[in-house]
Design a protein around this ligand. Structure first.
Ligand SMILES: Cc1ncc(COP(=O)(O)O)c(C=O)c1O
Length: 339
């Protein structure tokens, strides 16, 4: 198959059955492998859709600048779209971003503005406020605003949801995905629920995020916010793209469990998926008692594990977090390498 540019390869990602890693779970479990997108994550879908919608509405003109606050994946996808379409791309990120992701953004030609992680969302230094301000300061800039831009969820309503429905031939009964902006899970779920209102939708949240408590109580509790490691799961604001009505419930998972699951996916299924993919598998583990053999579960594996080789897939990093029980063997400890 031949494409006229890389953007035409976005979407139509495979749905792959998980086997050994879920052999103790009484359901058929599939992973929607979004790493097959050219930018290695689900965010390619929204980047292309949001930019093309802005073009159609005249909000983004030739020679313009695209600005957003992004934990990395959306930024990479925006930079990719900008490279093809000839826009300048300015991204604000928090200091939590991995070195790998930062270098990837720069490789794609994005201008990256590093912002402190531990400031309140309405602080002028926060990556949200900095992006908003930059979009006012730069002439011809378009602030994508992925958290509040309805085209984020719409992109998944138009593509990811229909793909899952077709790939499961309408047999899907559960969908589980990390919620950050909420676009991936809620947009997909909206389409799927229109086909079958009984589909259960579970959002994965992190300890250190406000989303679960807000869903359960309607209260934005600042006390829920503290630093955590999983990227692309949870939030310290309430994004408009989290459609709370679409979600049956939120399940919190720990940084450690999610990291260990991401490693297990690689070693048992041969799928190098990202940290939040480990979080979705951990969520499945925590709700497995609710499943039956008739259930067909789709986990959204949002990005590629190569983005975390210096973190989750690095033994020293895991050890430094206290996530690995055993000492990392040094060369001399390995069988047959004694000194
Ligand atoms: C790795 C990863 N997983 C999951 C998500 C969650 O997707 P969404 O923002 O659509 O809720 C994101 C988004 O930031 C992400 O980067």
């Amino acid at each position: 198959m031949v494409f006229s540019n890389i953007l035409e390869t976005i979407g139509k990602t495979p749905l792959v059955r998980l086997n050994k890693v879920v052999s103790h779970i009484p359901a058929t479990v599939y992973a929607k492998i979004e790493a097959f997108n050219p930018g290695l994550s689900a965010k390619d879908r929204i980047a292309l859709h949001m930019i093309e919608r802005a073009e159609r509405l005249g909000k983004l003109k030739p020679g313009g600048t695209v600005v957003d606050a992004t934990s990395g994946n959306t930024g990479f996808s925006l930079a990719m779209v900008c490279a093809i379409k000839g826009y300048r791309c300015v991204l604000t990120v928090t200091s939590k971003i991995s070195e790998d992701k930062l270098n990837n953004l720069r490789a794609m030609g994005a201008e990256v503005v590093l912002c402190p992680q531990d400031v309140k969302p309405d602080d002028p230094r926060s990556y949200y406020r900095r992006a908003e301000q930059l979009s006012k300061d730069i002439p011809g800039a378009y602030y994508v605003n992925q958290n509040f831009n309805p085209e984020n969820g719409e992109a998944h309503y138009l593509s990811t949801g229909p793909e899952i429905w077709e790939q499961t031939q309408g047999r899907v009964t559960w969908i589980i995905g990390s919620a950050s902006t909420g676009g991936t899970l809620c947009g997909s779920a909206r389409y799927l629920r229109e086909q079958n209102p009984d589909i259960r939708v579970v959002a994965v949240d992190a300890y250190g995020s406000v989303l679960k408590k807000y869903h359960e109580t309607g209260v934005y509790d600042e006390q829920e916010v503290y630093p955590y490691r999983i990227e692309g799961t949870g939030k310290n604001i309430i994004p408009a793209n989290v459609d709370f009505e679409m979600i049956n419930r939120f399940v919190k998972v720990t940084d450690q469990d999610s990291a260990i699951k991401a490693r297990a996916i690689a070693r048992t299924e041969g799928i190098l998926a990202g940290y939040s993919s480990g979080a979705t598998l951990q969520c499945l583990e925590q709700i497995k008692h609710e499943l039956t053999e008739q259930d067909v579960v789709v986990l959204i594996f949002a990005d590629h594990g190569c983005k975390y080789v210096s973190k989750v897939f690095n033994d020293e990093w895991m050890q430094a977090q206290g996530f690995l029980d055993t000492e990392v063997p040094v060369m001399a400890d390995l069988p047959g390498v004694g000194v």
